[in-house]
Design a protein around this ligand. Structure first.
Ligand code: COA
Ligand code: AMP
Length: 632
């Protein structure tokens, strides 16, 4: 309906408490809240203070109670194992209750942390829901992270128990998770007491007596556990994401606001009705997987698809279109990088044309800036709305989108459209004043943030306040720079910090630099995100060797690449470390990373007047050119 978006948006900002209290009616509460929004300890605003609910009940049990137990909750589609299966809501309830029982039998109770390190298999969702059922706090770690990253997360969350699988399956190799987990536990100061392992036939793991249990045995022996009432403000999960240092930030999500907001988004942003199939092709290790593979579709009574495969190569660039057609997917969500990968291999959409996509209503994209070319290619191929929307691990759902369930606004390629209801998006200048329309600045959100966002960082209240709320008092600093245009459309241009986005995955260049600096021959280093046609950005390292370093430059480069893979993981896609004599710096010693990035991208750059020695720039350009970068 024309004007519907403007009306709902205005109402959401004029009276957020009323707006979200109405949305909360769609959730089952064990005890109603005392206050819709508690702002007594800003910026740690808390939604639905005093309310009690259970997220697993809302995602599973209530649909069974409403008579929809025989509806499919989860479709598992795994081209890498050539398997497909389905779980009904009734079966999912049984499995979540059993898994909760298995956790309880190992001493897990409300508030305890459980790390989940698993591939894209239905058991991963069961594990998360089982934690929610008990009020335990899960922390899912992406399978592409190496052991030291897993260890940091085990230590920071002080997880009592880890749920894993014996292996993950990448198209060209098996990833044995168990040795990685053993190594991580070895490295961690905090030792989890129990491990539960899904044994996969492709590569079963050896169990350590006393600590490890086979998932199948644990489930068979378990007594099903009921849903435990938790406070709306109790944490549901911690999801670690990259910050500016090697120490990841534990984004905390609470139960009440999360259930209310995510359930609301399914209808209003994605235009989904209960019973329909929704597919977010994201690993559950990322926020998109948390919100839109696990929780939102189930909260809304939809069917969710768990896809263990890639956009290309499993077996071909028609894989996504096959899944949509075979499972009658109504709305799909993926990252632009996946579409670029498909387009590279199937530019004319021949694979797409061979599948019946008649029932697909829309494709949503997020995770990185969507270049207009990719969006338009996709629109041409699909002939239906392709919606770019913008969000972050911190926010849990989209800050800006074309809300199909409210009113479809005209698409402007390159913009994720307008702020979603609940989000008072403003662009601020250095002094904290709103910029004129069309001018670039820091994209900020006026407080309060809507429900479903992050009330704090795990064990790091001060870091939460300092990182996000101090520079622009009264606002949440998104860390993205951009503008609002004359129609109120948001344009997200770049990060303002040293976070880069590699294939829709968020990485910290600072964390990679910390790893490179541990190489004994490296005196100093700089990592930048260079533009990449497929992955959006790729990390590129420049390293300066210690005087008298014995190792040959080529060997140091190779060792640096291996170090990052071993310490951070394959997901960093770090393939280039170039040895240079010097790094470009200001006279005060600050490394000019912005200039290095421009050189790597072959873009014109300005020589800053404070540069220590401008003669270093051509040497950087030629070193990067030797590695395939710096092409005009
Ligand atoms: N477990 C273990 N290793 C993993 C992994 C996992 N779950 N996921 C990826 N990796 C490995 C890959 O095997 C690869 O290893 P390699 O260096 O030995 O080849 C490495 O991590 C880099 O992975 P990636 O950048 O994903 O490369 P890819 O070739 O496997 O796939 C794309 C490229 C573009 C197809 C893929 O990145 C993609 O689908 N991206 C979409 C991202 C996404 O959904 N983001 C979520 C936000 S919506
Ligand atoms: P993550 O926390 O991993 O989801 O990454 C969040 C970051 O990805 C944002 O801060 C943006 O920099 C970028 N991002 C996500 N979605 C979009 C989008 N639609 N347009 C532009 N940038 C995006």
């Amino acid at each position: 309906m024309p004007g519907a978006y403007a009306d709902i948006y205005r109402r959401s900002l004029e009276d957020p408490e009323r707006f979200w209290a109405e949305a909360a009616q769609a959730i089952d509460w064990i005890k109603p809240w005392d206050r819709v929004l508690d702002t007594s300890n800003p910026p740690h605003n808390r939604w639905f203070r005093g309310g009690q609910l259970n997220t697993c009940h809302n995602a599973v049990d209530r649909h069974v109670a409403a008579g929809r137990g025989s509806q499919t909750a989860i479709i598992y589609d795994s081209p890498v194992t050539d398997t497909q299966s389905r779980l009904t809501y009734a079966k999912l309830q049984d499995l979540a209750a059993r898994c909760a029982g298995a956790l309880a039998a190992r001493g897990i109770t409300k508030g305890d942390r459980v790390v989940i390190y698993m591939p894209m298999i239905p058991e991963a969702l069961v594990a998360a829901l089982a934690c929610a059922r008990l009020g335990a706090v899960h922390s899912i770690v992406f399978g592409g992270f190496a052991a030291p990253e897993l260890a940091v997360r085990i230590d920071d969350s002080r997880a009592k128990l880890v749920i894993t699988a014996s292996c993950g399956i990448e198209p060209t190799r098996l990833v044995p998770y168990k040795p990685l987990l053993d190594q991580a536990i070895e490295l961690a100061k905090h030792k989890p007491e129990h491990v539960i392992i899904v044994q996969r036939p492709q590569q079963p793991a050896e169990l350590r007596p006393g600590r490890d249990a086979d998932w199948a045995d644990a489930m068979a022996a378990a007594t099903p556990h009921a849903c435990v009432p938790v406070d709306a403000t109790d944490p549901l999960y911690i999801l670690y994401t990259s910050g500016t240092t090697g120490q990841p930030k534990g984004i905390v999500r609470d139960n009440g606001g999360h259930a209310v907001a995510l359930n609301w988004t399914m209808r209003h942003i994605y235009d989904m009705a209960p019973g329909e199939v929704y597919w977010a092709a994201s690993d559950i290790g990322w926020v998109v997987g948390h919100s839109y593979t696990i929780y939102a579709p189930l909260l809304a009574g939809c069917t969710t698809v768990v896809y263990e495969g890639k956009p290309v190569g499993t077996p071909d660039p028609g894989a996504f279109w096959r899944v949509i057609a075979e499972h009658d997917v109504k709305v799909m969500f993926t990252a632009p990088t996946a579409i670029r990968a498909i387009r590279q291999q199937d530019p004319e959409g021949k694979h797409l044309a061979s599948h019946d996509l008649a029932n697909l209503r829309a494709l949503f994209l997020a995770g990185e800036r969507c270049d207009p070319d990719t969006l338009q290619w996709c629109e041409r191929q699909l002939g239906r709305p392709v919606i770019d929307h913008w969000w972050q691990t911190e926010t849990g759902w989209s800050i800006a989108a074309n809300c199909l369930g409210i009113e479809q606004l005209p698409v402007k390629a390159g913009s994720p459209t307008r702020p979603c209801p609940g989000w008072d998006v403003q662009v601020l200048d250095h002094a904290g004043h709103p910029t004129p329309r069309g001018d670039i600045g820091a994209i900020c959100v006026k407080l309060p943030l809507p429900p479903g966002t992050f009330p704090t960082l795990w064990n790091a209240d001060q870091r939460y306040r300092e990182t996000y709320f101090t520079e622009y008092p009264g606002y949440y600093k998104t860390g993205d720079a951009g503008l609002l245009d004359e129609d109120g459309y948001v344009h997200v241009m770049a990060r303002t910090d040293d976070v880069i986005n590699v294939a829709g995955h968020r990485l910290s260049t600072g964390a990679i630099e910390e790893v490179l600096a541990t190489h004994p021959d490296v005196a100093e280093c700089a990592v930048v995100g260079a533009a990449d046609d497929l992955r959006g950005q790729l990390p590129v390292g420049l390293v300066v060797l210690n005087a008298g370093a014995n190792t040959a430059s080529a060997d140091v480069s190779q060792q640096c690449v291996e170090l990052v893979r071993d310490r951070i993981g394959a997901v960093a896609a770090f393939k280039t470390a170039v040895v240079v004599d010097r790094l470009p710096k200001t006279r005060s010693g600050k490394i000019l990373r912005g200039t290095i990035k421009k050189i790597a991208d072959g873009e014109p750059y300005k020589v800053t007047p404070t540069i220590e020695d401008e003669a270093v720039l051509p040497t950087i350009a030629s070193a990067l050119a030797g590695a395939g970068y710096a092409k005009p």
